[in-house]
Design a protein around this ligand. Structure first.
Ligand SMILES: Cc1cc2nc3c(=O)[nH]c(=O)nc-3n(C[C@H](O)[C@H](O)[C@H](O)COP(=O)(O)OP(=O)(O)OC[C@H]3O[C@@H](n4cnc5c(N)ncnc54)[C@H](O)[C@@H]3O)c2cc1C
Length: 386
């Protein structure tokens, strides 16, 4: 079977990986660098810590982030906003949660299996700490974790100078750049065409310049640009830096009052960094579909203080593709399968999303009612993707 994957972010890379494993002949179209729009991420893996946003807890957090300048609201997809308020309070049903959990388990299994064969991407399932300065926010987070369904194991810790720490023992992290290199080496038969796909039709015909080409199925994993095929998505922009910290860290930390993450990585050549002083630091929760990155400086200045940064090495910005409830979308319509909406946990869910998309494309699965909840929004096509 001839299958095209349009968009080689982390979701599309996993879709291509599973398609090849299932024996399909795969062409991956990517307009930039494969993985290049996903590598800004911190690389924290918490696939079972589902992050719903259509509830009061999230609205309160968004309000706090806006008040303390950790997020900004500039340009939001209006269709997304309408759907957001319409889905307020709505949860997946039991069957939906069961399916999401199975996808999360697949994600954990896939990352672990790749690392067991060769851990050349610094996977460390060493736990995650969420630290709180604000007592009110800490109490709210403990309550939210106690009532979370599906439940997520966590422990509460005291720490001098902080309101409290929530420790998640089952979570971990990886080095995003090294992982992209590794996953590309795991799919030697996938043909990669570094081209932008201009248009796509529901029957599986696409045009990447040079005229129409027909595929048996197409996986559209174009991130926030999946709005163009009609999905209600908006961009929540964020920023990522490699940096050298003053002190060694040995665990991934989220500074929860500001939504800033710091992840310890191995030594980086050419810098004065031993293991644990080289960090990936991320932050910024900007509802903004534009390319502007002016807010990044303010986020970095706060990150410097919180994570104790000595030297900043590089910078990238990226977009979290956000559905109205913050949960992923994997849905087939005609011969096109949309795989999008990873939002804050796009890396965490990517193996599960990619596998689900691959099986739908190959006709080995049917649409799941929850994951395909926005399929009636998929337009009939042909779609202009640029
Ligand atoms: C600051 C920050 C920190 C984050 N930290 C974490 C984390 O710690 N853990 C976690 O799980 N998640 C994290 N995320 C979320 C995660 O990075 C995203 O959810 C994920 O990158 C989305 O992946 P994607 O493949 O769906 O989309 P993208 O990465 O946006 O990829 C889409 C790809 O499609 C390509 N494309 C688009 N249109 C076309 C076209 N017409 N033709 C060809 N190619 C096209 C683009 O070039 C791009 O490469 C973070 C996000 C941000 C912003």
């Amino acid at each position: 079977m001839e299958v095209a994957v349009v968009g080689g972010g982390i979701a599309g890379l996993f879709a291509a990986y599973y398609l090849e494993k299932e024996g399909a002949s795969v062409t991956l179209f990517e307009k930039g660098e494969p993985g290049g729009d996903s590598i800004h991420a911190a690389g924290i893996l918490e696939p079972e810590n589902f992050y719903r946003i259509n509830n009061l807890d999230y609205l309160r957090r968004a309000w706090r982030y806006w008040r303390n300048d950790s997020s900004a609201f500039h340009n939001v997809d209006r269709r997304w906003l309408f759907r957001y308020f319409r889905t307020m309070g709505r949860e997946p049903d039991r069957a939906g949660w069961t399916h999401l959990r199975a996808m999360a388990e697949e994600s954990t299994r896939a990352y672990n299996a790749l690392a067991e064969a060769r851990n050349d991407f610094e996977l460390r399932m060493g736990g995650l700490e969420e630290v709180y300065e604000s007592a009110k926010a800490f109490r709210a987070a403990v309550r939210a974790n106690e009532s979370k369904y599906p439940p997520v194991p966590f422990e509460v810790k005291e720490r001098k100078g902080l309101a409290g720490v929530i420790y998640f023992p089952k979570m971990g992290w990886l080095h995003t750049e090294l992982f992209v290199r590794r996953i590309l080496s795991e799919m030697p038969r996938v043909r990669i065409e570094r081209k932008a796909v201009r248009s796509l039709s529901a029957d599986g015909t696409l045009d990447a310049g040079g005229g129409p080409r027909r595929f048996d199925a197409v996986v559209a994993s174009t991130g926030v640009a999946a709005r163009r095929i009609g999905l209600p998505l908006t961009a929540v922009k964020g920023y990522g830096w490699h940096a050298i910290a003053r002190e060694r860290k040995d665990i991934a930390v989220i500074y929860a009052d500001r939504g800033i993450a710091a992840v310890p990585l191995g030594p980086r050549a050419g810098t004065p960094s031993e293991a644990g002083r080289h960090l990936k630091v991320t932050g910024g929760w900007d509802f903004d579909l534009t390319e502007r990155t002016t807010h990044a400086e303010a986020i970095l200045s706060r990150a410097r203080e919180l994570a104790g940064l000595d030297q900043v090495l590089d910078f990238r910005s990226g977009q979290r593709p956000c559905s109205p409830d913050g949960l992923p979308i994997v849905s087939r319509s005609g011969n096109v399968v949309a795989v999008a909406g990873g939002f804050r946990l796009g890396w965490s869910y990517a193996p599960g999303m990619g596998r689900e998309g691959a099986l739908l494309a190959l006709g080995k699965k049917q649409n799941d009612p929850f994951l395909s909840r926005y399929s009636n929004h998929l337009r009939a096509g042909p779609w202009s993707l640029l």
